[in-house]
Design a protein around this ligand. Structure first.
Ligand code: SIN
Length: 317
């Protein structure tokens, strides 16, 4: 039996359900030697800002139990170089491209959207309002409903109807559903769940914070249950809202879990550092699991864990 693995995130269609996670494969050049990028759903590029940025001081990474802490600080070449070099290269590979953008102000996000709106070959914008590695924690737009709404509203007004918007949300909030509602009201077509959780490692030999940036974003299998919970909650509240799920996925079963919770596509990030073929291997394994479970399409499995589920999560505590 051939399983239909195609999926949609709002108006954007993808032939396959596994994506890279922003930040874990830059613009895909290193991964392309391991598998054809066109064989996965899309490459989600490292969040790009208006100007080139060196990022935070080193060390920028720390191993943690079942996870990894990063404090990259949005290092990147800036939007002009990105548009000139990275997007054309990805298009040449036949890859679908989701461009992740990040800004320091609402206006910076809108300026990025203005620059990208007429660039050919982009399937959607991921609006990263949840980077944990910013100097000022007050700038994590996704941690405040008013700020989250303002960014997405500015991007949507700038784009008009030109490109789908996927708002990337933070798990570091009390009520992720309320943030999701705000960004959808402001014009997001979907949400990416979840960005990393804010964490910290102290080196007990030096007795100082290990990371140059002191705090960092926790990713890897340690955060997967948090991601599954967020996807489940948002799908339950907004069942028609497309969700790109991510957070600690390293097997076909992990990806399937996110699909059952309500994700229409799944991004693979940290697993790529150990196995650069992780995205394509997970996609193959997911197809086999769907077949084994008797599904004829990926789409028929989205949100399956909610079927006949009368239990309200809020009532379980
Ligand atoms: C970083 O570059 O600091 C990570 C970006 C993010 O987690 O959103």
């Amino acid at each position: 039996m051939t399983i239909d693995l195609s999926t949609t995130l709002g108006p954007a269609w993808f032939p396959a359900p596994i994506f890279t996670a922003s930040g874990c494969a830059s613009s895909g050049r290193e991964l392309a030697q391991f598998f054809p990028l066109k064989n996965i759903g899309a490459v989600v590029t490292k969040s790009i800002m208006l100007k080139a940025r060196p990022g935070r001081p080193t060390p920028r990474m720390a191993e943690t139990p079942s996870g990894m802490l990063n404090s990259i600080g949005l290092q990147g070449p800036g939007i002009d170089s990105f548009i000139a070099n990275d997007i054309p290269w990805l298009v040449d590979q036949g890859a679908r491209v989701i461009v992740s953008i990040a800004g320091e102000t609402v206006d910076e996000y809108a300026s990025l959207a203005r620059r990208l709106r007429s660039v050919p070959g982009i399937s959607a914008l991921e609006v990263n309002i949840s980077c944990p590695n910013v100097e000022n924690r007050g700038m994590v737009f996704a941690c405040d409903p008013v700020s989250a709404r303002a960014v997405i509203d500015g991007v949507r007004r700038t784009l008009g109807g030109d490109l789908p918007i996927i708002a990337k949300l933070s798990p570091d909030v009390t009520d992720i559903v309320s943030i999701a509602r705000e960004v959808v009201d402001a014009g997001a077509d979907g949400v990416a769940l979840i960005n990393t959780l804010l964490g910290m490692v102290i080196n007990v030999d030096t007795m100082r914070p290990h990371l140059g940036g002191k705090t960092g974003g926790l990713s890897g299998p340690a955060i997967r249950p948090v991601a599954v919970r967020a996807i489940y909650q948002v799908h339950q509240a907004l069942p028609k809202l497309p969700i790109l799920g991510m957070g600690g996925v390293r097997s076909g079963r992990d990806a399937f879990e996110m699909i059952l919770a309500g994700a229409s596509g799944v991004s693979v990030g940290t697993a790529t550092f150990g196995n650069p073929r992780a995205a394509i291997d997970i996609q193959t394994a997911l197809g086999a699991i769907l077949e084994e479970k008797g599904f004829t399409s990926l789409r028929s499995a989205v949100g399956f864990a909610h079927r006949n589920d009368a239990t309200e999560m809020e009532g379980e505590n």
